[in-house]
Design a protein around this ligand. Structure first.
Ligand code: SF4
Length: 207
């Protein structure tokens, strides 16, 4: 059962010591959402409030994410939300390459288990996992087929909180999601393609 697999991953994350971030965490944040979610949001890493509560996107950026979801008729319980690193980088610094590498297998297993129709990356570290050479200012809001999955890079909601001009950009990008989910559900190449997320990440095509 996918629920059991996700619970096992969460349990492993909660006691993980694979990278130095475990030293400073209060709570690991494995992710939250239904095991059969059609859409998966992948952010960068837990912040202060996430570290306190062990839940993803519970601070101001999380509130904005809830608002964005509400605008497209969805709610948090409809989607799976996680991050590329499951423990808070001290001071909210960027995750380091060794931390991304150490934590990557948990995310990979979550993706394989949930098998979402659409993956939305929030921020550049999450985007780089699928589109290592892309610039977010160029590709945000564009849907791309990456290794048999539909991936839509977007700005991180926290970026819009710091830079107000990004707010309408994110809202516009989010407004496309219901249509993209419907398209993905009707795309046999996305159902039938082999989904090995460890293949060459540079193979992509526009959907
Ligand atoms: S960030 Fe990931 S790899 Fe590092 S200790 Fe936390 S769960 Fe383990």
């Amino acid at each position: 059962m996918s629920v059991d697999v996700l619970a096992k991953i969460a349990q492993q994350v909660s006691v993980c010591e694979k990278c130095p971030l475990h030293h400073s965490r209060k709570n690991a944040v494995p992710g939250q959402g239904p095991a059969d979610a059609a859409i998966m949001f992948i952010g960068e890493g837990p912040g202060f409030h996430e570290n306190e509560q062990g839940l993803p996107f519970v601070g101001a950026a999380g509130k904005f994410l809830d608002d964005l979801l509400a605008k497209i008729g969805m709610q948090r319980s409809d989607v799976f939300i996680t991050n590329v690193v499951k423990c808070r980088p001290p001071g909210n610094r960027d995750p380091l390459a060794q931390e991304l590498e150490a934590c990557g297998d948990y995310l990979e297993r979550q993706i394989q288990t949930i098998n979402p129709q659409v993956i939305v990356t929030l921020g550049r570290f999450s985007m780089a996992r699928f589109l290592p050479d892309a610039k977010i200012s160029t590709v945000h809001g564009q849907s791309m087929q990456v290794r048999g999955r539909l991936v839509v890079p977007m700005y991180h909601p926290a970026a819009a909180l710091h830079q107000g001009s990004l707010r309408p950009v994110i809202e516009r990008d989010f407004s496309q999601l219901p249509g993209l989910i419907a398209k993905a559900a009707d795309a046999p190449e996305l159902h039938d393609a082999p989904r090995d997320d460890r293949q060459d990440p540079k193979q992509l095509s526009f959907f």
